[in-house]
Design a protein around this ligand. Structure first.
Ligand SMILES: Cc1cc2nc3c(=O)[nH]c(=O)nc-3n(C[C@H](O)[C@H](O)[C@H](O)COP(=O)(O)OP(=O)(O)OC[C@H]3O[C@@H](n4cnc5c(N)ncnc54)[C@H](O)[C@@H]3O)c2cc1C
Length: 500
């Protein structure tokens, strides 16, 4: 084999063809596979997954207490009832996904330890050629596919985000990021300091409080927390009626979505009243003398970042019981024994946990090209936050942040099923989003409106993300309550999708 052309020809020969290739076997990949099997049983599918098991986020995160911060009635699939308490630990989520795979006979389609490296579209062949590293054998494999369904999540599973602070090298204790939690870490005799106050810190602190010497949560700025019982009264009532779990799931899901819609509306229309309610709820747990203003009153509007749900107020309970302390300050430097804050407080710790978030990863770090021209997603405009101008036969599942991620995975799956059926009906095999003449004066905006939603990992990586427009179908609103009507009604012949 001598020339590049010959090598390419050889690899094409060895390529395995899959009609619809799904990247990732997390909750989105499983949802995608379910929809194709149910609605398009004649299409072949495979799920390529880097890890050696399914579950994505719920498999790679092992830190103490790891749990959802959404209720599983809406974070779970529309098509599989959730029958437990609303907030679930990762092992319960994995069990649910495991059952979903078995009940729908999906396990056979997953290829583990298959890491997608590169993908090239050929307009001549109307195919993607996908280069995959088989991590078990070190072999490079090639697949061809008509359609790539990207369910690879949104962050680097291998490399968490840890800011660099002065003096980190002189610290003599242990530094751990929750995304890389050592399973044998014994912290029972340690003073622990958690940096951050997002959902991860809010899970870790109550899970470790009482199991280590003492735990301190150090936050630069406060987060809103919503303490609620980890139960659902309506679900409990419906279960006494002995009706099918499918009904309970659907009814409870609808009720939760209605309640969340109301909270979202209020967060925009009456943020001060909502804020006061959240702070009152915190006060009930922490007592009148606790400095709520300093430690639990964020500068942003409720919902501008994800509202962290704390089941049964467990974070507040740990603080009220003296098992955990919260410090609101900035880090000046790490020291030999811990760190010093800008206001001069010395915080000693044997273990520092950096709950500082993710590194955004666009499309799984895979190199894409279309007819040899590299794809830079930042140069594209998104079709409904799921496809990209100039990129044929590729969809990406990017879920909701304010509502459960999976609600959007379901909407995308349903729209794609409709799109594939439409393409079959008109005899098309390729679909490419493209701006129409009437879109020429459209305002091009960042992927996410920073005033609407602005967590650190998105702000840090926004320049890498596709753009959105200000008119349909180029809007990416992150609003389930409008998209739940817009997606099913989407006109697939509005000129924004070119079929060939
Ligand atoms: C700790 C934590 C808690 C969360 N809690 C919630 C919550 O309660 N509610 C909520 O709505 N959202 C939550 N999220 C967001 C969460 O990531 C999503 O809701 C959801 O789990 C994402 O599922 P996914 O399948 O799209 O992606 P992931 O779970 O990220 O799975 C993607 C899979 O794709 C694989 N993959 C990636 N790149 C490649 C490649 N190149 N080749 C092959 N395979 C690849 C990965 O190995 C992974 O298994 C949470 C996130 C974290 C980190």
């Amino acid at each position: 084999m001598n020339t590049a052309v010959e090598r390419q020809a050889a690899s094409q020969q060895a390529a395995e063809h899959i009609d619809i290739l799904i990247v990732g076997a997390g909750i989105s990949g499983i949802d995608a596979a379910y929809h194709v099997r149910k609605h398009l049983p004649n299409r072949s599918i495979a799920l390529l997954e880097t890890q050696d098991t399914f579950g994505g986020t719920w498999n790679t995160h092992k830190y103490p207490g790891i749990r959802s911060d959404s209720d599983l009635y809406t974070f779970g699939f529309k098509w599989k009832p959730w029958v437990d308490a609303p907030i679930a630990t990762s092992d319960k989520i994995i069990r649910y996904l495991d059952e979903a795979l078995d009940e729908n006979d999906l396990r056979q389609y997953i290829r583990y330890q298959h890491k997608v490296i590169k993908s090239s579209w050929s307009s001549e062949d109307k195919l993607w050629t996908v280069v995959v590293e088989d991590l078990s054998s070190g072999e490079t494999k090639h697949f061809t596919t008509d359609f790539l369904w990207m369910c690879q999540g949104y962050y680097k599973h291998e490399e968490p985000y840890t800011p660099q602070w002065p003096g980190m090298d002189q610290y003599q204790g242990r530094i751990v990021h929750p995304q890389q939690w050592p399973e044998d870490l014994d912290y029972s005799d340690m003073n622990v300091l958690v940096i951050g106050s997002g959902a991860t810190a809010a899970t870790l602190v109550p899970a470790m409080a009482g199991k280590c010497k003492h735990i301190t949560m150090l936050q630069r700025s406060p987060t809103y927390f919503a303490p609620n019982p980890n139960s659902n009264e309506l679900a409990d009532t419906l279960r006494t009626l002995d009706i099918p779990e499918e009904w309970t799931h659907e009814i409870v899901r609808k009720k939760i979505l209605l309640d969340q819609e109301e909270i979202t509306r209020r967060s925009f229309e009456e943020p001060e009243a909502l804020k006061a309610e959240l702070l009152d709820a915190a006060r009930e747990f922490l007592g009148p003398d606790f400095d709520i203003d300093k430690h639990f009153t964020p500068k942003y509007r409720p919902w501008q970042q994800r509202l962290a749900f704390i089941p049964d107020g467990d974070l507040f309970t740990g603080i009220a019981q003296g098992l955990a302390t919260v410090v609101t300050d900035e880090i000046e430097t790490f020291t030999k024994d811990g760190l010093r804050t800008k206001s001069g407080e010395e915080l000693k710790a044997d273990l520092i946990v950096t709950a500082t978030g993710f590194n955004l990863l666009v499309l799984g770090g895979i190199e894409f090209d279309v007819d040899g021209k590299p794809v830079d997603l930042a140069d594209t405009v998104t079709y409904r936050g799921m496809m990209f101008t100039g990129v044929p036969n590729l969809a990406w599942v990017f879920g909701y942040f304010r509502a459960s991620w999976t609600l959007r995975a379901d909407l995308i799956s349903e729209l794609l099923m409709r799109m594939f059926t439409h393409m079959d009906a008109i005899g098309a095999t390729v679909v490419t989003p493209e701006l129409r003449p009437q879109d020429s004066n459209m305002q091009i905006k960042p992927w996410i409106d920073a005033d609407n939603f602005n967590p650190g990992y998105l702000t840090r990586g926004l320049h890498l993300m596709p753009k959105q427009g200000d008119v349909e179908p180029w809007v990416f609103s992150q609003d389930y309550w409008s998209e739940k009507d817009i997606f099913p009604a989407a006109d697939l012949e509005d000129g924004a999708l070119r079929y060939t």
